[in-house]
Design a protein around this ligand. Structure first.
Ligand SMILES: [Zn+2]
Length: 276
């Protein structure tokens, strides 16, 4: 049964003119990145959160940059370093290979880790709907400007879960800087970078023009179903086949191809079926 579904998926991808890749945290798991699934998963990655009984939503909250910026930067600095050190798994490269063989492709993701860019996907073909950890903004929004984090180094005392001095600061007012990520309970996220990316997505969608689109979704969970809903809505709107790849939450619309697999495994299997 699964083999049939894989062959169908490969055929749909083979026949498509355009590919829309949608991805949640499950995409990065095979690169060794945590997906913070459930409180236990989050606590395994961050013992500090366990000790203080903090859920992901409570630590991934801008309030920490005011309350205790050293804790805030222990959390985000650790993730920044982790994402910088991580090599995207081989599935990313095979997926890029497939995407580049088409008229055009686009990536729509809630991941803030920059792994698609790192694997060679064009920055102009990605919408990071929750922002990116590789960009910074002022915690007080003294300026609408967003700047690259590439020259920022954050050292962390992980034992005590505190970033070491100096913390990243706003280059305009000297206040603490924060990642340009949409956090929980976040009213200060500066969204203009994402709005520019969104405009590129709109252009991509307009260019499809009755040609064949396929939507391939990877590891998008149900806790925050933004990616899943977007995949389903866009597939419907463009009469596209939705291929949902998820080892757990693979259920979906009746006409979707559902593959209960991890991202890397699924891409490798599909890749082997695609006519080259
Ligand atoms: Zn500032």
């Amino acid at each position: 049964m699964q083999q049939e579904d894989l062959q169908r998926a490969a055929k749909e991808i083979d026949d498509a003119d355009f590919i829309l890749i949608t991805a949640g945290a499950g995409m990065g798991v095979d690169s060794g990145l945590p997906d913070f699934r459930g409180k236990e998963g989050f606590w395994r990655a961050y013992p500090y959160a366990k000790k203080h009984n903090l859920a992901f939503e409570e630590l991934a909250n801008p309030i920490w940059f005011k309350k205790d910026p050293f804790v805030a930067w222990a959390f985000y600095g650790h993730r920044l370093n982790l994402y910088r050190e991580t090599t995207p798994h081989s599935g990313f490269f095979k997926l890029l290979n497939i995407a580049q063989s088409k008229k055009d492709y686009f990536v729509f993701t809630s991941n803030v880790d920059g792994q698609f860019q790192k694997a060679g996907f064009s920055d102009k073909k990605i919408d990071e709907i929750h922002g990116s950890i590789h960009y910074l903004q002022c915690v007080d929004c003294c300026t609408p400007n967003i700047w690259s984090a590439k020259n920022i180094e954050v050292d962390i005392d992980f034992e005590n879960f505190r970033a070491k001095e100096p913390l990243p600061t706003c280059k305009y007012c000297g206040e603490v800087a924060r990642p340009n990520i949409l956090m929980f309970g976040d009213f200060n996220w500066l969204s203009q970078r994402e709005e520019e990316q969104r405009a590129n997505l709109v252009k991509f969608l307009e260019s499809i023009n009755n040609k064949k689109l396929v939507v391939i979704e990877f590891g998008a969970g149900k806790a925050i179903p933004t990616i899943r809903i977007a995949s389903e809505d866009l597939a419907r709107e463009f009469s596209a086949t939705l291929i949902r790849i998820n080892p757990r939450d693979y259920d979906g619309p009746p006409d979707a191809i559902k593959l209960p697999l991890g991202a890397k495994d699924a891409i490798e299997k599909i890749y082997s079926y695609i006519e080259k």
